[in-house]
Design a protein around this ligand. Sequence first.
Ligand code: IMP
Ligand code: MG
Length: 177
Amino acid sequence: MHEDIEKVLIDEDVIKKRLDVLAEKVMTDFEGKPLVVVALLKGALLFMADLLRRIPLTMEIECINVASYHGGTESSGTVTFLDKKLPDVEGRAVLLLDDILDTGGTLQAVMGKLNEQGATEVKTCVLLAKDIPRESFKEADYTGFVIGDEFVVGYGLDYQGRYRNLPYVGILKDSAI
Ligand code: IMP
Ligand code: MG
């Protein structure tokens, strides 16, 4: 375990088993549809790679760069689109991937944009969802794990750009924050 990690919340094997189940569901829902997967960088990187290799459908993969945390451990409430151009999703079904659903501001904003661009449907898929009340965006169409209202890192999730490479989801030691 990494020296800055206090405890592992979800280990690698458990994540991988859950991805098998999510992949099955996605397959059933998207079979036969022109599919674009849109992943939010950088948090969804590991999730995207492990989930999509379990889904043998014809698809295009696109990534969008957004920022919502700006380095702290709480959502800033504003979503900044960092790309000049969004992927072309017109007339296609979109599976939108993110690492974690917190306030829901990020997925709400990105979904709005993709719908504006003419996607026929947008379904959302997150590895983690925090168990908190949300006003605008209640829940994703596919959720890996529901966790408490705590700050986590690993498996794509970062604190100040670090820990994304850890193969598990864990909680940081106070001394690392
Ligand atoms: P939301 O817009 O509040 O739902 O926040 C979603 C974004 O905030 C995610 O894409 C993550 O990048 C980031 N985020 C939320 N909670 C955590 C966390 O516990 N650890 C690391 N990043 C988080
Ligand atoms: Mg993020």
